[in-house]
Design a protein around this ligand. Structure first.
Ligand SMILES: [Zn+2]
Length: 84
């Protein structure tokens, strides 16, 4: 991050501030450097940015829920008491 900043300032002909100053400003301004955890699939993300039809998304959500139910059922089945 700091090196990216340094390159940016150098290209603009400015002298970059020290790493310590840079980190203090980042901390003070509470900048988010890392990207947020990915908790959505690409299709959900695309839908949120309105680049996909609602019918395609609805089908996707229906399939997701079906998979969730199947997983739940499989877990219940796997946890059943074994009868010999
Ligand atoms: Zn999704």
């Amino acid at each position: 991050m700091y090196s990216v900043y340094c390159n940016y300032e150098t290209e603009k002909g400015n002298a970059p501030v020290s790493r310590m100053t840079f980190l203090k400003i980042v901390e003070k301004e509470n900048f988010a450097i890392h990207s947020p955890c990915k908790d959505q699939c690409d299709l959900c993300f695309t839908f949120k940015s309105r680049n996909i039809e609602a019918s395609v998304y609805d089908l996707h959500v229906a399939m997701k829920n079906e998979a969730k139910e199947a997983k739940k059922a499989a877990k219940t089945y796997a946890a059943r008491p074994l009868l010999y």
